[in-house]
Design a protein around this ligand. Structure first.
Ligand SMILES: [Zn+2]
Ligand SMILES: [Zn+2]
Length: 251
């Protein structure tokens, strides 16, 4: 083999060997490291302050969180703190963004709503309460367009539609194609929300769309609002094929 061939083949051989090497597991747990079942429980029900203080400074726990985030992306609350620069999971989230999640979490970090919350968190004052209140009324859904918008059927049974209900069912959002347009419907079974506004965002690859939708009373059975984002085919060149729709009740 000539030295030119060797120069060419060596990196290929390296890459091939690496792809077969077993993935390195996290280092052994230290005495203060929360157990894996405890981490799963805390992710669902909330962390204790001393656990967070430990995780923030423990490379082993950050590595475990990288695996956790591989199974389930960090939620809006964790990302808001990450954007605010005060996340105990900062190392793990950074690695998640670099290594595992090129789409979803990056799109979420570009959300104008999330950026606003992060700015509030940086100022302190009651921001955490406001964030938790928002998260209780946040509905979101991933959208994946399997076909280019130009080929989507205009109306009819197979027209594209996604629906998301927030925790507790207070806010629901439906995004659908109506004729050539992309339209968001926001609903709440609570008539007391009539007059409130809901921020609706469409988070795409290179573009975010945002609308404030005012809810109006519907025959005493609930509150309802609608917003058209305009021509679907025109929107999708910037939005890309993967989006997330987000609806959050304004306070
Ligand atoms: Zn640890
Ligand atoms: Zn992610």
């Amino acid at each position: 083999m000539t030295s030119g061939e060797e120069e060419f083949l060596a990196p290929l051989r390296d890459a091939y060997r690496k792809s077969w090497e077993p993935m390195a597991g996290p280092a052994p747990a230290g005495p203060a490291c929360p157990s894996l079942p405890r981490i799963a429980q805390a992710a669902a029900e909330g962390w204790q302050a001393q656990e967070l203080a430990h995780v923030a400074g423990c490379s082993r726990c950050q590595q475990v969180m990288v695996y956790e985030f591989r199974a389930e992306c960090p939620g809006f609350g964790l990302l808001a703190h990450y954007a605010a620069g005060d996340s105990p999971f900062a190392v793990a989230i950074s690695r998640h963004l670099e290594e595992d999640c090129v789409g979803r979490c990056r799109r979420r970090l570009e959300s104008p709503w999330l950026k606003g919350v992060a700015a509030l968190l940086r100022t302190g004052a009651h921001a955490e309460d406001a964030l938790q209140e928002s998260l209780r009324h946040l509905a979101s859904a991933d959208v994946h367009l399997a076909v280019a918008p130009a080929f989507l059927p205009l109306g009819g049974e197979t027209a594209f539609q996604v629906h998301a209900v927030g925790p507790g069912g207070l806010i629901a959002v439906t995004l659908k194609q109506e004729g050539a347009d992309l339209v968001a419907y926001v609903e709440s079974p609570s008539t007391s929300l009539a007059g409130h506004t809901v921020t609706v965002e469409l988070l795409g690859q290179a573009r975010q769309l945002r609308a404030q939708v005012i809810l109006r009373m519907v025959d005493g059975v609930g509150a309802f609002g609608v917003h058209s984002f305009g021509n679907l085919a025109n929107l999708t060149s910037d939005l890309g094929p993967d989006w997330e729709i987000l609806a959050v009740l304004d306070k």
